[in-house]
Design a protein around this ligand. Structure first.
Ligand SMILES: Nc1ncnc2c1ncn2[C@@H]1O[C@H](COP(=O)(O)OP(=O)(O)OP(=O)(O)O)[C@@H](O)[C@H]1O
Ligand SMILES: [Mg+2]
Length: 251
């Protein structure tokens, strides 16, 4: 018999007091496909949460559900951000409520320079970081402000995508695989930036295939397996727990 290690004491450890971002019993579907199957977790203000799990575990679907994109449909559950009911909102309302999603494909707008991509994010209030502050954080973007955004390197496009989220007045930053396809030295640079953003008080959820890097950055971790939370606890504990890593992260 294949005995699976018991990590259930960690599962769904949602607390009763409302957290800064709170996902409660969320169920999400793509059409008939039932993907996120009753996920609950909290994110505290100012912390970095790593959202991990194997390919197809439901990480992107969880982020898209929180951001209130049209697909998937969230048919049950509640999502609260700083006392605001995201589950009752459409994506543009969630964005106004302070949700900043940086999708995996980065979505740099063709035909616009770096600066125009950032200005477009600030076309409507509430406005977040000023362009000066953004260029201080990402000097490479400042140097290339007149260059078309889509001609940047992969790492620079990732920086622009994060910068564009910060250009709005966001309360939480959701990052879907920000390190994907990037050289380790660029990952180092983005990681330093994310630490700096945290020091400024930002709350962040990072989804990463590069679980070790994400766990080194994060305070806490959630592990998903087939649309359910199988671990909710300290990031450092996951790094220390070889069984947990082998079972759910294959690292
Ligand atoms: N648009 C869609 N329509 C139908 N099913 C989808 C859609 N997008 C994803 N799925 C399915 O939902 C499940 C979860 O996918 P999801 O993209 O959330 O996983 P993930 O954890 O982000 O994986 P990865 O590490 O590969 O990015 C998978 O079985 C996937 O095939
Ligand atoms: Mg994904």
């Amino acid at each position: 018999m294949n005995v699976r290690p018991d990590f259930s004491r960690h599962a769904n450890k949602a607390e009763t007091a409302p957290a800064f971002l709170s996902v409660w019993d969320m169920h999400s579907y793509y059409g008939e496909s039932y993907i996120v199957q009753g996920v609950s977790f909290n994110v505290h203000e100012g912390e970095i949460l790593a959202l991990l799990g194997r390919n197809g575990a439901g990480k992107t679907t969880t982020l898209r559900s929180i951001a209130r994109l049209d697909n998937p449909q969230v048919l049950k559950g509640e999502i609260w951000l700083d006392h605001q009911p995201l589950h009752k909102m459409r994506s543009f309302e969630a964005a106004q409520a302070g949700l900043g999603l940086v999708p995996e494909d980065r979505r740099i707008i063709p035909g616009l320079t770096v600066e125009e991509n950032l200005q477009l994010a600030q076309i409507q209030p509430p406005i977040g970081w000023s362009l000066d502050r953004i260029y201080e954080l990402f000097p490479r973007l400042g140097e290339r402000r007149r260059q078309e955004g889509v001609t940047l390197s992969g790492g620079e496009q990732q920086m622009l995508s994060i910068a564009r989220a910060l250009a709005r007045d966001i309360k939480v930053l959701l990052l879907d695989e920000p390190y994907e396809g990037l050289a380790p030295v660029i990952v180092d640079e983005i990681e330093r930036t994310l630490r700096h953003i945290k020091e400024q008080g930002m709350t962040t959820i990072i989804v990463e295939q590069n679980a070790v890097r994400a766990l080194q950055l994060a305070d806490r971790a959630i592990i998903l397996d087939t649309g359910s939370v199988v671990y909710d606890g300290d990031a450092a504990e996951v790094l220390d727990n070889a069984d947990l890593r082998a079972e759910y992260l294959a690292i």
